[in-house]
Design a protein around this ligand. Sequence first.
Ligand code: NAD
Length: 340
Amino acid sequence: MPAVRFGVIGAGRIGRLHAENLAHYVPEAELLWVADVVKESARETAERLGITNWTTDYREVLADPKVEAVLICTNTDTHAEIIQAAAAAQKHIFCEKPLALNLSEIEKALRAVKKAGVLLQVGFHRRFDPHFRRLKELLEAGEIGKPWLLKITSYDPAPPPISYVKVSGGIFLDMTIHDFDMARFLLGDVEEVYAAGAVLVDPEIGKAGDVDTAVVTLRFKSGALGVITNCRKAIYGHDQRIEVLGEKGGLFADNPLPHATRVANERGYHTAPLHYFFVERYREAYIAEIKAFVEAVREGKEPPVTGLDGKIPVVIGYAAKKSLLERRPVRLGEIDSSLS
Ligand SMILES: NC(=O)c1ccc[n+]([C@@H]2O[C@H](COP(=O)([O-])OP(=O)(O)OC[C@H]3O[C@@H](n4cnc5c(N)ncnc54)[C@H](O)[C@@H]3O)[C@@H](O)[C@H]2O)c1
């Protein structure tokens, strides 16, 4: 089968990572174009990967009939517009999370995708992490029976720049959104959220109107409960753990370490430090999600993370924001009546 031909739109932090993965680790794909409004970013990324086509105008990528699919890795506020343009150009779409910060923009983009009949996958890479996947397989195999309680620990090593915080949509839509997706992936539909937040890491984050530390309680449609704990700063690295308690036992996905060698001394046993951040921690997951997208495109089947999977965590994020502001539990139906 011929390789799926791609254009990457947006060559920042995550765009460069996906472009490198496409070029080096996904033989079923061929990277043809890199686009970025910043000329140097587009050119430098393309040249480093030995690609001759680069542009500052993503429409040039969409106009190339050889391009079958695009990876949208631009700033969040441009996703909806680029999705619509890509759908109109009959390109299959992989879009980074979140689909957009505005629910009506998301609906518009999803309608355009449906109308064009192209495939859309959203960048919730943690679903492809081998440790979390194993936990999900065991859960589905009934290893712990009916799940009662989910605990997701998700801490970043350091907060993003304040300029990013200001346009990120806030912690729930930027950071917790991955945990909302994971919660749905593991335990199904969420019905209600109750969020608490605080500014403990950096007062500038508070001045930007956000919190840097949060606890979100989830009530699932199944009756199970969940709790997500987030912090923008854990000095020991990217702490990403999941626990599920069920009627027949528990499942625990701990932090994988960069290596398994320990040092022993008078102060005890010492392991390697955690992976620093998402680029290192989720290396395999980023490759696996793109491979899954390529497979969906090649086989013309629905991608494993759909447009609806992209939308619902945004709804949960808005419910969490409302809950934090109003200091009360908020049902998803208050934000989107289709989820009542
Ligand atoms: N899944 C993940 O783990 C993950 C990690 C980081 C970021 N993200 C998401 O990826 C997106 C990008 O984040 P980032 O950290 O890479 O940001 P970034 O600022 O490093 O990169 C964004 C790039 O897009 C370019 N750009 C902006 N508008 C453009 C346009 N119209 N056409 C072409 N290029 C354009 C910018 O010049 C910049 O180079 C965000 O939506 C973010 O939420 C996801």
